[in-house]
Structures are given as structure tokens and as C-alpha cells.
Design a protein around this ligand. Structure first.
Ligand SMILES: Cc1ncc(COP(=O)(O)O)c(C=O)c1O
Length: 363
């Protein structure tokens, strides 16, 4: 690769492929930093609270990093979290937020909201939010709308440019397969291309043509490139470029349609063999699925809620080669990944789950 890709500009070689995965123009994306850092980079630039419009709207179960980033951004801008951070809760007895409730909140309170910041796919429940509709609703009320796409990137097709999203960030190490801690990315809509708003700056925010003049007079790069700070970490970018080579060979739309069948099959087997009221259940343990049933509202992942403590179940699944993860108090997240899992993997998972359930019940 070193012959083809100059290390110092390696990130630029990833822009087209990453842009394709998020539905953006090359100029609208940067490949840099890690996800939480990019959330800070973007909120530093886009969250400019005023006396009347100072709130950030997020969901109550936002990923801890997002929650902390937002709290700290509010404090850093001299405001109080109690006044400026608004967390939307699902209705009582429900696991996921209804789109109508989100829209209703924005419609009624949007005048006070500076930024709406949601995750594209909720990490715990697997709920895929209606990015386009929520973005539109925010814009109607004059809010900026940003997205954390950690669980959506390379999982579901995205059209950030056409959905008119203001800004977004993601990591590449979930469905993007670059390995934990892999390089992240950010999106800034092209309407901000010439915008010179205050932001976190470094020498990589400076235009390439004069970057090495070193006269300390900033000549800001335009578009998303101007949100970079440092020179790119080649080892992380190399993994991204490798991953993009695979994604070049297959469209995310095709993967998505495969994914709907795979996840649907997993859902069917879980409901049939572990559903609380299923006659075919042979285990005492039962499982409910908290991810929405409607496949328009989910990606690859299903979040399984167990009726027995998950620690031993998780340990025994992992021992048998299952790659899943546990989230307390009672959820194990399972994701048949469209790129490399198949129906046999799902059957094997179910067989292992039955074995583990019997084992746990016998203890
Ligand atoms: C939704 C979401 N946001 C933020 C993060 C934090 O990512 P990072 O540690 O790469 O900054 C994660 C990590 O899993 C995540 O799932």
C-alpha cells in the first residue's frame, strides 16, 4: 500500500468509499479521530447556545459517551445541564421511543432547542430512528440536527446528504469491521462548506496548499476536511481502506435486504423456541425481544431480554464460540451481520442457546 497511498494523505483515499456508505459527497466527510472525539469536535462547532435557544435534545438511554459529551459541552459553554439537557423517555411500559412522540416534542418545544442529537440506531434496543423525518421536524423549528451513527454505519443504507442532516459522526469498528478503536468519521452537510464557524482547530484544519508554510495564519480547509485536527493515523486508516475494498464489491442495499431476512429468521426462531407463551418452548428460560418488530425500525441487531440472570448464560455462550455481548441488567445483544453471517450461523446460535438454557436451569 505504501507505494500507492502517501501516509500523510491516506485518509483522503477513504473519503469516497466512506461517503458512499453514509450517503454523502466526498467533501462532506472526514475520516479522523475516534467517535467521542468527533462528537466533541462537532458539538463544539455546532452547539452555540443563546439565551432563548440553548437546549440539546437527546434520548434518555443515549450511549454514556454521548451523554457525558453533551453534559460537558453544555457546561463548557457556561450553561447548566439541568436547564439545557433534555432527555426524551419512552412511554411508560415501553422500551423504545415512538417517532410520533419525538416529533410531537420537537413541534411543541423546538424553539428552545439548539441541537437535536440522537443515535441513528440505539445501541441498547437496536431501534433504528427515522433520521430523515426527525431531521426535517428539527429544521422546521430552527434546530440543528446531528446523529451518532455508531451502530448504523455500514449496517443500514444512509442518505445523510439527501436527508439534509446537519452533522453526524460514527465509528468504523462495528459493522465497518476495522477492529476496536478503529478510525472514526464525521459528516458536515455541504451547506456549511464555506462556513468558518469557531471550532477545534489544528494544523490539519488548514488548507493543504499552504499547510506547510507554518506562518500560523489559519487558511481554513473548506467542508468536512476543515474539521480535522491532526495528521491521520496510518495504521487505523489502513484498516479502513481494507474494509472499504470489501464494501466496494457489494452494495449496502443488497446487504440490507439480506440482513432483513437474516434478522427476521433469528427473530422467528427466538420467538418460537423461547417465547414466553410459545408452546414449542422446551426451556424454563424465556426470552423477549426489545428491538422493534418492524424491520424499518431496526438494523441487524436484536436485543434479547432474558428471564434468568445473564452472567452465566453469556459466559457459556462465549465459551461455545458465540460473539455477542451483554448489557445489564438483562439484555444480550445478538447481531447476524449481513456481510459474513448466514442462516447456518443462526441455527447454530439457537442450538447453543438451547444447550446453555438447559445447563443453566440444571444448576
Ligand atoms: C452509540 C455509541 N456512541 C459512542 C460510542 C463511543 O465510541 P468511542 O469509544 O469509539 O469514542 C460507542 C461505542 O461503542 C457507541 O456505541
Amino acid at each position: 500500500m505504501s507505494g500507492e497511498v502517501p501516509w500523510a494523505h491516506s485518509d483522503e483515499y477513504a473519503l469516497e468509499g466512506v461517503g458512499r456508505l453514509v450517503g454523502a459527497k466526498k467533501e462532506e466527510v472526514s475520516v479522523c479521530n475516534s467517535l467521542t472525539v468527533n462528537i466533541h469536535v462537532l458539538l463544539t462547532a455546532f452547539y452555540k447556545p443563546t439565551e432563548t435557544r440553548h437546549k440539546i435534545l437527546l434520548e434518555s438511554k443515549a450511549f454514556p459517551s454521548d451523554h457525558y459529551a453533551i453534559e460537558s459541552q453544555i457546561r463548557l459553554k457556561g450553561r447548566s445541564v439541568e436547564e439545557s439537557m433534555v432527555c426524551l423517555e419512552p412511554r411508560e411500559g415501553e422500551e423504545t421511543l415512538r417517532t410520533e412522540d419525538i416529533l410531537d416534542y420537537i413541534e411543541k418545544n423546538g424553539d428552545e432547542i439548539a441541537v437535536i442529537f440522537f443515535s441513528g440506531i440505539q445501541y441498547y434496543t437496536g431501534q433504528l430512528f427515522d433520521i430523515r423525518t426527525i431531521t426535517e421536524a428539527g429544521h422546521r423549528k430552527g434546530c440543528l440536527v446531528g446523529w451518532d451513527l455508531a451502530h448504523a454505519f455500514a449496517n443500514v443504507p444512509l442518505h445523510l446528504h439527501w436527508w439534509d442532516v446537519d452533522f453526524a459522526a460514527w465509528c468504523s469498528y462495528k459493522y465497518g469491521c476495522t477492529g476496536a478503536g478503529g478510525i472514526a468519521g464525521l459528516f458536515v452537510h455541504e451547506r456549511f462548506h464555506h462556513d468558518k464557524r469557531d471550532r477545534m482547530l489544528g494544523w490539519w484544519s488548514h488548507k493543504m496548499s499552504t499547510r506547510f508554510t507554518m506562518d500560523n495564519v489559519l487558511d481554513l480547509e473548506e467542508g468536512a476536511s476543515g474539521y480535522r485536527i491532526s495528521n491521520p493515523p496510518i495504521h487505523l486508516v489502513a484498516a479502513m481502506l481494507g474494509s472499504l475494498k470489501v464494501f466496494e464489491q457489494v452494495s449496502l442495499e443488497n446487504l440490507r435486504s439480506r440482513s432483513c431476512y437474516l434478522t427476521g429468521y433469528l427473530e422467528y426462531l427466538v420467538k418460537t423456541l423461547f417465547g414466553e407463551n410459545s408452546e414449542q418452548r422446551t426451556t424454563k428460560l424465556f426470552i423477549s425481544i426489545i428491538t422493534p418488530e418492524d424491520f424499518h425500525q431496526r438494523g441487524c441487531q436484536l436485543s434479547l431480554r432474558f428471564s434468568l440472570p445473564i452472567d452465566v448464560i453469556y459466559q457459556e455462550l462465549v465459551k461455545r464460540g458465540v460473539a455477542c455481548d451483554k448489557r445489564y441488567p438483562d439484555v444480550i445483544r445478538v447481531s447476524p451481520v449481513h456481510l459474513y453471517n448466514n442462516y447456518v450461523d443462526i441455527r447454530r446460535f439457537i442450538a447453543v442457546l438451547q444447550e446453555v438454557a438447559h445447563l443453566v436451569e440444571g444448576q
